[in-house]
Design a protein around this ligand. Sequence first.
Ligand SMILES: *Cc1c(COP(=O)(O)O)cnc(C)c1O
Length: 436
Amino acid sequence: MGCRSEATSVVTWVRRDRRRVWHGFTQMAAYEETRPVMVERAEGRELIDVEGRRYLDAISSLWVTTLGHRVPELDQALVDQVGKVAHSTLLGNGNTAVVELAEDLAPVVPVSDPRFLFASDGASAVEQALKIAFQYWWNLGEKSRSRYLVLGDAYHGDTVGSLSLGASGFGTDLFDPLRFPGVVRTPGYRHVGWRSAALEALEASSDSLAAVVIEPVVQGAAGMYVASPEDVRTFAEACQRAGVLVICDEVATGFGRTGRMFASELCGIAPDIMSIGKGLAGGYLPMSATVASAAVAAAFDGDDLGPRTFYHGHSFGGNALAAAVARRHLALFHDWDVLANVAARAAQLQELLGPLAGLDSVAEVRSCGLMAGIELAPPKPGLRWGRRVCAAAVEGGVLLRPLGDVVAVVPILTSTSSEIERIVAVLAESIERVCL
Ligand SMILES: *Cc1c(COP(=O)(O)O)cnc(C)c1O
């Protein structure tokens, strides 16, 4: 490539990055050696680094990007909203961009007569759901309902409240003393008998439960464990029959990931409360929301400044720029019939990944919609296969990131057939290169 200007080289940028930026879930002392991709811009489904190298974004920028990067319509929605107002607080006051978004989302979400409490991150949307469920019972005078039933292997975010629901792992065990008590755990989707165990746990503690919290159908961060939608429905309906609120964390599964707009629809359930985030604004801006049914919200009606009020709110909850992009995103989702592409690409991905399951170096391949996990089978611990396979794929121009020894493949929902082929081909080569 001839001589590069020092100022624009990856090496220089990574050095500057390492000096001042602290990356999540990243050992900064080793950061430079792991050859991070230094993104400068993007085009469609490709990220472009500071030296012009292109990487197919096969993780949707950690599961948030839905339609692609630099979608002209979304860019325009952002520009149009900037010309009105970027942000105004929703604490006590309204913003037209947010009202319009909530109206458009209402018929799309599987929650009955929904109300939307906006925040910025998925973890905050889960925290809000927890607190709403807790106060719901308090407002109704049933103060003994204060516990939560959750699934093993669950991941609901990294704030202390959402961490309390989640399973240990990924180095978060040290925070165990911070996890709040009152969380009942039952085995997650990777266990064949999870449903009957969950029903038993429900029966044993239903009188003290405020809510059950589930990731419907797919436990993503756990390593893409997939449940049968019928099992999820049986469990969720039993909870609702027992008077326990069902909170569906659809931060990862929402907005088309599993082939339906929401995974709750795959199961045919109507959660009382739902958390959404990641793809809500197309992956453009940080926006999340807690969606509550009218029945849940009604328990909070009362006197102005009275104790039934939900005293919780985030500075940037209901950001107008994010709302405008999210609204245009929702319209494009329908106009482009994105779910039809997800169905076709998901079938293709499943078929192409099939042969990998037969390799000695692969333990299992799991997928639902455009969420897939290829669990590697290292012969002994400490080989860091997940990390090394993904590094090889990145060298081959496909951006992947592992969950331990599970390679997560989470393509952008508008991916083409040849892009899916390329992702799987590069992944297969990388497995061959690292694991033989
Ligand atoms: C990513 C994720 C979260 C957390 O969302 P953040 O925006 O990272 O805080 C919560 N729940 C699930 C199921 C997720 O996949």
